[in-house]
Design a protein around this ligand. Sequence first.
Ligand code: TYD
Length: 133
Amino acid sequence: MSLIHWTHFPPLGDERGSLVALEGGKTVPFPIQRVYYLFGTKLGVSRGFHAHKKLQQVAVCVTGRCRMVLDDGQKREEVWLDTPTQGLLIGNMVWREMHDFSHDCVLLVLASNHYDENDYIRNYEEFIRLAEK
Ligand code: TYD
């Protein structure tokens, strides 16, 4: 089964432009406890390189584009995030890397919990060990 799962955010558009509303428990499949966004990422910089033990996230590229790599320890898949009406679901125990940020990229992330450094797995070998269990 693919690691790439999208949730669609229907745009509420009219002649003035578009509006997207994100609702926890609806288009975002968990209660949203935290929102953060990456912007101003320098050219050539890659980010992520971690998995989470429990945290679930949805990533949506509001402006610009970046390339997301997901890895569950068995397979590695990649996808471009470049549309504000599609959110990428990133479950727990999935290694993620973000590459090729455009200079204007704003990557919005909705998270199922507050920030907790103890929930991170930042070492790839440790991730593989835990993913095999
Ligand atoms: P980090 O998760 O390492 O960024 P990325 O994986 O996207 O490269 O986070 C960078 C720094 O920001 C790190 O010191 C932790 C801090 N941080 C918070 O304080 N709160 C948060 O919600 C997040 C996501 C990061």
